[in-house]
Design a protein around this ligand. Structure first.
Ligand code: PMV
Length: 316
């Protein structure tokens, strides 16, 4: 037996504008968080089985025992179902990640993308392009939360800022780089919140009052379209105001929380251009747009207001 290994990584992400509304066809904007990553490695083993190992979560099991939708098994199965790789044997998949789980930073999609890339390398597939990786990760996302928009797998597989609109059969994807780098602080409430539950709850509310929720989604879509222009002009004041407005609409959708509102208010009070929750909400992370001058004060204020972690990220 020849010893074989393959390793791949994928970044986290933040949604700058338009979460939830993007599920209902409105535009949204997202950017990668390249310094927090998921990592997947595959190595050949003596045993014939396929071992799945997530040491951070103290999980170790055989692929044959993994439930449907298991985050480690699902990307491997999606590749097999797509006819890209044969049935596996004699392999150990190890996944680690420094992207906090259930915190709006795309950890599920990042794990899927890392596993797909590692598997492609391990199987000597001609390297898969970002669109193919994204499509496969989308199949995995569907198992995790039923009605994903596709923005997470897209921004993570392309690893570049994207303007995204869910469309059938192909979503609209425009990659861009801002006229001026955006300096973001990403503040973690420390409260975990499963995307699937929050997305499902928004759907229930939409079904109960479609008119109101369509209006809320329209307002967020309009903000995302305006933000696209402000980002292209390099106008941080407008971008910040639009972020705070987006947060207010998300509150009306009931996806904020006391912790998120407290961090958003603290960031703005300390001089951020604007701030909002990012991702599914009800916990997880918020983002604040800052300048070189305000970043330190905003970071201190976020920590004082209860952020368990504050990361800085530049969208370029
Ligand atoms: O919480 P996250 O990182 O999975 O982001 C979810 C973004 C939503 O718009 C709420 C759902 C989606 O599929 O777009």
């Amino acid at each position: 037996m020849t010893d074989k290994t393959a390793v791949a990584t994928a970044p986290g992400k933040v949604i700058l504008f338009g979460e939830h509304a993007v599920v209902y066809g409105r535009p949204a904007i997202a950017a990668p968080l390249s310094h927090v990553r998921a990592r997947a490695s595959l190595e050949s083993i003596e045993n014939n089985g396929v071992i799945l190992h997530a040491p951070d979560l103290s999980r170790k099991m055989m692929l044959s025992d993994a439930a449907e939708g298991d985050p480690l098994a699902a990307p491997l199965r999606a590749m097999q179902q797509a006819g890209l790789v044969p049935a596996l044997s004699g392999v150990r998949l190890t996944v680690t990640s420094d992207i906090p789980i259930a915190s709006g930073l795309g950890s599920g999609a990042a794990i899927a993308v890392a596993v797909i890339r590692a598997m492609a390398a391990y199987s000597d597939l001609p390297s898969l392009d970002a669109a193919s990786v994204s499509r496969l990760a989308f199949e995995v996302e569907k198992q995790h939360h039923g009605t994903p928009s596709g923005i997470d797998n897209t921004v993570i597989a392309y690893e570049t800022p994207v303007y995204f609109e869910r469309r059938d059969p192909e979503s609209f994807i425009e990659i861009f780089s801002p006229a001026r780098p955006l300096i973001l602080l990403v503040g973690d409430t420390g409260v975990r919140s499963a995307t699937r539950h929050v997305v499902g709850d928004v759907r229930r509310q939409w079904l109960a009052d479609r008119e109101r929720f369509e209006d809320l989604f329209d307002a967020c879509g309009k903000i995302a379209a305006e933000a696209k222009e402000a980002i292209a002009l390099g106008d941080p004041k407008t971008i910040g105001l639009l972020m705070t407005q987006n947060h207010d609409w998300l509150r009306k959708m009931t996806v904020s929380s006391t912790e998120l509102d407290t961090l958003v208010e603290a960031a703005i009070a300390a001089g951020a251009y604007g701030a909002k929750l990012s991702g599914a909400g009800r916990g997880g992370n918020m983002i604040a747009l800052v300048s070189e001058n305000s970043r330190d004060a905003v970071a201190v204020s976020l920590r004082k207001a209860g952020a368990v972690q504050v990361l800085e990220s530049r969208v370029t």
